[in-house]
Design a protein around this ligand. Structure first.
Ligand code: CTP
Ligand code: CA
Length: 225
């Protein structure tokens, strides 16, 4: 694969990638988040840079080194991530949304630490903005790639998201399978685009990232000749 990987495929292109989880504050010491490690997004950033792109990596809180040649912007919440993405995509060719954005945030952030009281507590949550749908819905959007982490009906759910969010490509992975996807080193994915699909067998996230970047470069030149 290394020999097949054409390192000039994205030269002259600006690629913006979101990665990792977001954290949604509840009070000064607590938050709602998820187990995303950021590995897939960081591997994509590295592969895009190796393919010659200028890469902006917008990362939630993760414990990973910045890949060589990538500009990294650290964010915490979905709102921060949206703001960074809107700014970075003003001149970009490809936007890859690999982040596991929290779907909801606490409706209010308590100014002081919430004290323990009764047997039950009710949290009211507000829907977060959909970052990839916002970018893909702009008047002249970049080539937009989303991810779909599903535990059932993988193909149907992914193709729904592809259409609903007006994406150019979606990368679907089955997070119910142990050893792949969320927080692991390997992944196996099905990729869908309007009118086509391809399956990529289980491999390291580095290897898959290279195959995905190659597919994106092919679709990009097919849609914007
Ligand atoms: N995404 C995003 N902003 C959000 C939620 C999701 O940009 N607020 C992006 C993710 O980065 C991913 C894609 O949308 O590329 C799909 O995320 P996913 O969680 O699978 O889809 P949702 O639309 O949130 O639907 P659900 O969680 O109900 O499956
Ligand atoms: Ca979601």
């Amino acid at each position: 694969l290394a020999q097949q990987f054409d390192t000039g495929q994205l030269s002259g292109k600006h690629v913006v990638i979101t990665a990792g989880p977001t954290r949604e504050a509840l009070d000064p010491v607590r938050y709602i988040s998820n187990h995303s490690s950021g590995k897939m997004g960081f591997a994509l950033a590295q592969a895009a840079a190796e393919a010659g792109a200028r890469v902006t990596l917008i990362s939630g809180p993760v414990n990973l080194p910045t890949p060589p040649q990538c500009e990294r912007i650290d964010v915490i919440s979905a709102d921060d991530m949206l703001q960074a993405a809107e700014h970075a995509t003003s001149d970009c060719d490809v936007f890859i949304a690999a982040a596991a954005v929290a779907d909801y945030r606490p409706a209010n952030i308590a100014e002081q630490k919430i004290k323990k009281s009764g047997e039950h507590i009710t949290l009211t949550l507000t829907k977060n903005p959909d970052i990839v749908a916002t970018i893909a819905g702009q008047p002249t959007p970049p080539f937009c790639v989303g991810f779909a982490a599903e535990t059932q009906h993988l193909g149907e759910h992914a193709q729904c998201k592809l259409q609903r969010k007006r994406l150019d490509m979606i990368v679907a992975n089955d997070v119910s399978q142990p050893g792949i996807g969320f927080n692991s080193d390997d992944n196996a994915v099905s990729v869908f685009w309007p009118g086509g699909k391809q399956q990529l067998a289980q491999a390291s996230k580095q290897q898959l990232a290279r195959q995905l970047i190659q597919l994106m470069a092919e679709r990009l030149s097919a849609t914007q000749p």
